[in-house]
Design a protein around this ligand. Structure first.
Ligand SMILES: NC(=O)c1ccc[n+]([C@@H]2O[C@H](COP(=O)([O-])OP(=O)(O)OC[C@H]3O[C@@H](n4cnc5c(N)ncnc54)[C@H](OP(=O)(O)O)[C@@H]3O)[C@@H](O)[C@H]2O)c1
Length: 316
């Protein structure tokens, strides 16, 4: 009988080397991404070279979207800012133009109107070549609630904004990018996609959709030169978290949007699936360790504490 031991040993060693190299390479990419904000000068304009000179950011007058847009402008990108409120859009434009010499176009659109809003954006963008599309806009409950308590209209808006807008905005621009053989799409989901999340049931479910949708798109367009990133932050201190002081106030694990965006933008083109922020990476790593049932329980318990905090604040 032929002795296959050497072949098995060889294949085993090759596999082990492959995994070690892969782990080492990913580690290098992570270190590079996390250190990048400290060496911004080297990073400047590389996004323009790689993806083109125009970026479109949805939900860009507050929180993560506004900070992300500012970081892109810092790297020389012209911006198309999309939000509902014209005055806030104009203020954001002024703020960014005072800091950086970039062109800015404003589009007033409400994504809770569904396809109508996306059609309006397409029309306003016209022939401007979008190099980077940041699907940041997102809607959350006012505070952690049971499904039966959330107004029907609000539930529908959450689905239209978190699922509908991301889907149709990708559809609107992805083929144009693919035709040019370059471009990046950043779909902002949330750490809430890691498991079912009681008291934020629909919000978390929409973010699971964003993750699945984005990761499938990565495969569809992998051979056509596009970067498609799933960006899943944990808590960031924005008005979305107004219901709890613990996650509305910044701390090591709850960065302000400016600090968050500084890291998140530096990971574009480096990591296709990321929390965007080093401390969130650590949180996500530990969150994934226990079985889903335990994570769901803990998530629901945390939300019940936030809910209690909100209710107590109302009474004061
Ligand atoms: N903050 C967090 O802890 C956290 C954690 C994980 C994931 N995220 C995700 O990150 C993204 C940004 O969240 P954020 O906390 O930065 O939100 P935010 O501070 O509440 O800002 C939301 C932005 O979206 C715009 N907007 C809201 N509804 C809109 C609509 N229907 N149509 C068009 N624009 C609309 C708002 O501007 P106007 O009012 O002017 O329209 C604002 O510019 C969301 O997808 C969210 O789910 C956030």
């Amino acid at each position: 009988m032929v002795d296959v031991t050497p072949i098995v040993l060889l294949l085993g060693s090759l596999l082990a080397i492959y995994y070690l190299v892969e782990i080492f390479w990913n580690l290098l990419k992570i270190i590079r991404a996390y250190l990048a904000p400290l060496f911004l000068a080297h990073e400047e304009s590389s996004l323009v070279k790689k993806y083109g000179s125009w970026a479109l950011v949805t939900g860009s007058t507050d929180g993560i979207g506004k900070a992300y847009a500012r970081e892109l402008a810092k790297r020389g990108l012209n911006l198309i800012l999309v939000s509902r409120n014209l005055e806030k859009l104009q203020n954001t434009q002024r703020e960014i133009e005072n800091l950086y010499r970039v062109k800015i176009k404003l589009i007033q659109a409400d994504f809770s109107l569904g396809k109508k809003a996306v059609d309006l954006v397409k029309e306003e963008v016209g022939k401007l070549p979008i190099g980077i599309l940041v699907n940041n806009v997102g809607k959350q409950y006012d505070y952690p609630m049971y499904l039966g308590e959330v107004p029907e209209e609000e539930l529908w808006d959450i689905i239209k904004v978190n699922v509908g807008a991301v889907t149709l905005m990708c559809k609107a621009f992805i083929e144009g990018m693919a035709l040019h053989g370059r471009g990046a799409i950043v779909n902002v989901s949330s750490g809430s996609e890691l498991q079912p999340l009681p008291l934020m049931t629909v919000y978390a479910a929409t973010k699971t959709y964003v993750k699945s949708f984005t990761k499938a798109l990565q495969h569809e367009y992998a051979s056509r030169g596009l970067t498609i990133q799933h960006l899943a932050p944990m808590f960031v201190a924005t008005k979305m978290n107004h219901f709890s002081d613990k996650i509305y106030r910044k701390s090591l694990f709850v960065p302000d949007p400016e600090n968050y965006a500084k890291y998140a933008v530096s990971m574009l083109g480096v990591l296709d699936d990321t929390t965007g922020y080093w401390a969130h990476g650590i949180q996500t790593f530990f969150t994934k360790l226990p079985p889903e049932a335990i994570r769901t329980y803990i998530g629901g318990y945390m939300n019940s504490l936030f809910r209690e905090e909100y209710m107590q604040a109302l009474k004061r």
